[in-house]
Design a protein around this ligand. Structure first.
Ligand code: TTP
Ligand code: MG
Length: 355
């Protein structure tokens, strides 16, 4: 490649392995070695995660529980205990923080760390981090070390669980070129389809296209992709609470118009968002509900309150109200909630709704 990539391996991405399920296994040793599926308390619920044993049967996050039961009848189903995972997450992050405080927490179990300022041998330090997390919490994580966020994340996903992968500049063509395009962070379902439609399936096909062509096809996003597949990503770590919104969404395994089923998703999302808000010690005032129907038509509905909220109950109530206001004439394929308009205050806001 004609670009000169930086030599300095200073961005580390870490992601806990089968996080919720691993916590459940740690707390209940009798689960060890068995397929463990974490998720909703009824058949209508959804899987939040499954351990690697259960994944062998095809069970994965966001799958309806009833489907997971069909795929893995011997699975042990345990309810999601978000408070417990939040506490364990705090333990993990306090260990990581001892190594560097230039850290961007992306979710309850995932972070980027800038390790350029640590003293000593970098790779050795990474392994020490892994060891300390394991010795103190009994949990494993996977890590990826490279010179930017995109490659560090790609690397941490490379050989999960309990993996460690380094991507050096010289390895970039050999790593990226054979990948299917959807493995590139930022290439979602829609972009994949657009590219597949013109016969582009792998990065090696995509790299033949000019930046101008990609911009024409994909808009501004085209530039980002053009550089990313060449191993270039200049995003900085967002270490401050600069983030504008925080949320979660999922593509449904089975499209539906049933609001009760959709609300199960909203409930799980609300718990997840509450956990993130509490870790980050922030609250928000605006809740946005996003849905996409079978013909990829998106709708969003927002409500801004006079107060800050951070509890799952409030987030769930508001997002359900927004859903109730929508007339669903088509089946829904994707649903998500986000919260924005943050304030940093640690003041406690009483729940606005009673249950
Ligand atoms: P992930 O890191 O995506 O998944 P994981 O840690 O279970 O498994 P791995 O990283 O080894 O592939 O998500 C972290 C946690 O977030 C996960 O344990 C449960 C929760 N989660 C949900 O609640 N719903 C979801 O759709 C996803 C993807 C995760
Ligand atoms: Mg994980």
């Amino acid at each position: 490649m004609e670009y000169k990539l930086p030599e300095d391996l200073c961005i580390l991405h870490i992601d806990m392995d089968a996080f919720y399920a691993s916590v459940e296994e740690r707390d209940n040793q009798s689960l060890k070695g068995k397929p463990v599926i974490v998720g909703g308390s009824s058949n209508h619920g959804i899987v939040t995660t499954a351990n690697y044993e259960a994944r062998k049967y095809g069970v994965h996050s966001a799958m309806p529980i009833f489907m997971a039961k069909q795929m893995c009848p011997k699975g042990i189903f345990v309810p999601t205990r978000i408070k417990r995972y939040r506490d364990v997450s705090e333990e993990v992050f306090s260990i990581l923080n001892r190594f560097t405080n230039v850290l961007e927490q992306v979710s309850i179990d995932e972070a980027y760390l800038d390790i350029s300022n640590i003293s000593g041998e970098k790779i050795e330090t990474c392994f020490q981090m892994k060891r300390e997390v394991f010795e103190n919490t009994g949990l494993t994580l996977s890590m990826g070390l490279s010179f930017n966020k995109f490659l560090a994340k790609l690397a941490s996903d490379w050989n999960k669980p309990n993996g460690m992968k380094i991507i050096m500049p010289s390895m970039v063509p050999e790593i990226l070129l054979p990948l299917p395009i959807e493995k590139i962070h930022g290439i979602g379902k829609k972009t994949t389809k657009k590219l597949n439609d013109i016969g582009i399936y792998k990065v090696q096909d995509l790299i033949e296209l000019s930046e101008e062509f990609l911009i024409e096809l994909l808009g501004k996003h085209g530039t980002e992709i053009y550089y990313r597949i060449r191993g270039i990503d200049n995003r900085n770590l967002e270490t401050e609470r600069e983030r504008k919104s925080l949320g979660t969404e999922t593509t449904l395994e089975i499209a539906t118009r049933e609001k009760n089923i959709l609300k199960e998703y909203l409930y799980e999302f609300s718990l997840e968002i509450e956990a993130e808000l509490k870790i980050k010690r922030i609250q928000g005032r605006t809740i946005t509900l996003k849905i996409k129907d079978e013909v990829f038509k998106s709708k969003t509905r927002s409500r801004t309150l006079d107060y800050n909220i951070n509890s799952a109950n409030d987030i769930y109530t508001l997002s359900s109200m927004l859903l109730d206001e929508l007339n669903l004439d088509k089946k829904i394929r994707l649903i998500g909630i986000s919260i924005s308009n943050f304030s940093n205050s640690d003041k406690i806001q009483l729940s606005l709704f009673n249950f």
